[in-house]
Design a protein around this ligand. Structure first.
Ligand SMILES: C[S@@+](CC[C@H](N)C(=O)[O-])C[C@H]1O[C@@H](n2cnc3c(N)ncnc32)[C@H](O)[C@@H]1O
Length: 281
């Protein structure tokens, strides 16, 4: 027999937040319930599952993959090792996209088609596209990925949250036709030799790494976006904390105007935006 307190002590080498999440998932109890009665007995079946999870956690598997879920923008999403685990930082990309959409629909904003078209490139679990489709149902949202397996996860998440998103398979812009009012992406942006990749070994490498300087995907998207944006449409890209200057330079080189970088809660450059000029140079 083992109580909640016994289990927590026996696994004190694991992070406390992780222990609480695993215990909660195995027992079906909330954190408050676990804290209120640490003398509760942990059922035998839950102990078996917890032993497996604790071993795998020690070997480096993220809790989100162990539990098969992660919250993003207040939505519980299914995640598997085929998709990047959505990060809180990426909520800034959603916020910036919403502000751009709302700016366009205010009086004096640019007139656009009946349902503004939004494209997310590299959707992974579908986190960003689903959050945006739910926040602004008037948007016509398309999301792409190079990974069919990621798209299967994203489609499941969209169905679960009744988000209307068209998912397409392909290499960046190859999957889409026509012009969009807004293109957003959280592309891979880690340098191939980044030491932090050691800690991210469970996540798909193709979702993280983008060449020697981490900018290969951003270069491709910056180069292609002009051809898929309506005149006056916006591109918003998430990137690494030290990639703001390079992202701004790339957008400017490709003729974007109103180029600016938004900072995350830690004060780091995180999302760079640019606007396709009315008349392309
Ligand atoms: C950093 S992850 C972002 C996932 C998700 N949007 C999020 O923010 O959690 C980058 C995504 O881009 C996808 N990707 C990588 N190369 C791609 C390409 N050439 N064309 C389309 N998608 C690609 C990966 O499969 C992955 O899902």
């Amino acid at each position: 027999m083992s109580t909640v307190a016994d289990w927590l002590v026996a696994h004190a080498d694991l992070d406390r937040v992780d222990r609480d999440a695993l215990l909660g998932a195995a027992t079906g109890l909330t954190r408050a319930q676990l804290l209120a009665r640490p003398e509760r007995t942990v059922p035998r079946a839950a102990l078996g599952r917890l032993a497996d999870w604790a071993d795998r956690r020690r070997r480096g598997e993220p809790v989100a993959y162990l539990l098969g879920r992660r919250e993003f923008w207040g939505l519980e999403l299914t995640v598997t090792p085929d998709v990047l685990i959505p990060r809180p930082d990426t909520e800034l990309l959603v916020e910036v996209a919403l502000a751009l959409v709302d700016g366009e629909s205010r009086p004096g904003g640019r007139a656009h088609s009946e349902r503004p078209r939004l494209l997310e490139l590299g959707t992974g679990s579908g986190a960003v596209a689903i959050a945006l489709a739910r926040e602004r149902p008037a948007l016509d949202v398309t999301a792409t990925d190079l990974s069919e397996r990621a798209l299967a996860v994203a489609r499941g998440n969209a169905a679960r949250h009744r988000a209307e998103v068209t998912f397409l398979h392909g290499d960046w812009f190859d999957a889409v036709t026509g012009a969009f009012e807004l293109i957003v992406s959280n592309p891979p942006y880690v340098r191939a030799d980044d030491v932090h990749l050691r800690d991210l070994a469970s996540e798909p490498r193709h979702a993280l790494v983008a060449g020697a300087d981490g900018l290969d995907a951003i270069r491709r998207i910056a180069a292609g976006a002009g051809g898929h944006l309506a005149a006056g449409g916006w591109l918003a890209l998430e990137h690494g904390w030290d990639q703001g200057p390079a992202a701004r330079r790339l957008l400017e080189e490709h003729g974007f105007g109103d180029v600016a970088t938004h900072r995350d809660l830690a004060g780091h450059d995180r999302v760079t935006v640019g606007r396709r000029r009315e008349h392309r140079r």
